[in-house]
Design a protein around this ligand. Structure first.
Ligand code: AMP
Length: 408
């Protein structure tokens, strides 16, 4: 399908062309016509599928069509500051040929710039729940004229305990609003929220099971816990990566291994929630600009962030929830490019690995790193449980020379 078929405003088409997008991604193709029809939409799509444009483009299209001096007319609620910054950048980018004003509200920083942006009566507000509530309570912002409410990464909002704030905010918006909900997964709690907040929504689902396998080559590395760091050091020596994100379970673990990596001569930047907002933003921009090729992070970085060109993701710890595996590897292979995802696992993480395999419907290959001296207690490769859909990931298996080698 071509973008032309979506009948978006001329100014948006210019911005799309300038970005070099050739055709809508599946989520855009499916969601945009319904949003332009002013329907409520609940969409399950993982990050990296083009979901931001799937709501930003039609929201801006409707803004252009609408009349009136009311503000704000579009509100996007986002779970993390990093995602909010990125969504705001997207709106500004797509809206660059319209006379668009946006405000970006998030906590952990001063109020000056945000106050100024609100004084300019923005059409679009992108916010994290806490800071937005702060403005609402002080009466510095009112949502009575809101036309479109976007709840982004709703599953993450639940995980982060924001859901009460979100419902308070929704209650301050008019019932006549159009509501768009995006979530990587739709567990029952998200479904219940959608039944409360949305009216006769259209459901759009991009099969979460397809994306990771299509663009990312996965490998599991069984290893004894005490050898994980040595394996990481050896893997980084062997892999020719342009950029790599290494994920950890805990903040302390992230810091500890980051120190060790630095001691091994690697320069890197780090992202987790104990780091103050300014340093987080700097770490992210340094990594995006290529000043550092290695980013170490907890799951703060795994959702929603658009970091293009990440060639490798390494899970130093197996993600605790299967969805997080999908989020983490969503950092690579973005916009349908190829990437590599390596997961280290020790024997006590076997159950987690099996539940990931059930969740994504793939049997992941167990690998051994060449020229690495494994200790005896390294777990034996475990066969995934029988049952469920099994599909072999392309590019692994016997004689996996060609494709796998390209990552090395
Ligand atoms: P998102 O899922 O919104 O984080 O988007 C992931 C990446 O895909 C971003 O870098 C977008 O700029 C890019 N993108 C969005 N829509 C398209 C499209 N139609 N064609 C190519 N790239 C796209």
């Amino acid at each position: 399908m071509a973008f032309e078929k979506l009948n978006l405003a001329e100014s948006l088409m210019r911005a799309i062309q300038e970005r070099g997008y050739e055709k809508p991604t599946p989520i855009q193709e499916q969601a945009i016509p319904h949003i332009i029809d002013r329907r409520d939409v609940i969409a399950s799509a993982q990050t990296g599928t083009g979901k931001t444009a799937a709501y930003a483009l039609p929201a801006l299209h409707l803004l252009q069509q609408g009349q009136g001096k009311h503000w704000p007319r579009v509100l996007v609620l986002s779970p993390t500051r990093e995602l909010a910054i990125q969504v705001d950048e997207n709106f500004q980018g797509y809206g660059k040929f319209m006379n668009l004003r946006t405000a970006l509200l998030y906590g952990g920083v001063g109020y000056g710039k945000q106050n100024q942006d609100l004084e300019r009566k923005p059409d679009v507000v992108v916010a994290t729940p806490g800071r937005l509530l702060d403005y609402l309570k002080r009466g510095a912002l009112r949502l009575g004229k809101l036309q479109i409410l976007v709840l982004d990464e709703v599953d993450r909002m639940f995980d982060m305990g924001f859901i009460e704030d979100v419902t308070t905010i929704v209650n301050k918006t008019p019932r006549t609003r159009q509501t768009l909900m995006f979530s990587a997964t739709i567990p029952d709690a998200v479904k219940r929220l959608s039944q409360w907040a949305l009216q006769k929504p259209v459901e759009v689902a991009i099969d979460i099971k397809i994306s990771p396998a299509e663009t990312v080559e996965h490998a599991l590395y069984p290893v004894a816990g005490i050898q994980k760091f040595d394996l990481l050091a050896a893997l980084l020596e062997q892999v020719h990566f342009e950029s790599v994100i290494i994920f950890f379970k805990t903040r302390a673990g992230t810091d500890r291994i980051s120190r060790w990596l630095k001691a091994h001569g690697h320069s890197l930047c780090t992202l987790h929630s104990d780091i103050n907002q300014r340093d987080r933003a700097k770490a992210l921009s340094d990594f995006k600009e290529g000043k550092f090729k290695i980013l170490t992070a907890t799951d703060v970085a795994s959702r929603g962030l658009d970091i293009s060109g990440v060639t490798h993701v390494i899970n130093y710890d197996v993600p605790q929830h299967p969805e997080d595996y999908v989020h983490r590897i969503g950092r690579t292979g973005r916009a349908f490019k190829e990437g590599f995802a390596y997961t280290f696992f020790s024997s006590d993480e076997t159950e987690l690995v099996l539940s990931i395999e059930r969740f994504i419907g793939l049997e992941l290959p167990r690998e051994k790193l060449d020229n690495f001296e494994y200790r005896k207690e390294t777990v034996a490769p475990v066969t995934p449980e029988a049952g469920g859909r099994k599909k072999r990931n392309r590019g692994f298996g016997a004689g996996r020379s060609g494709r796998r080698r390209r990552g090395f």
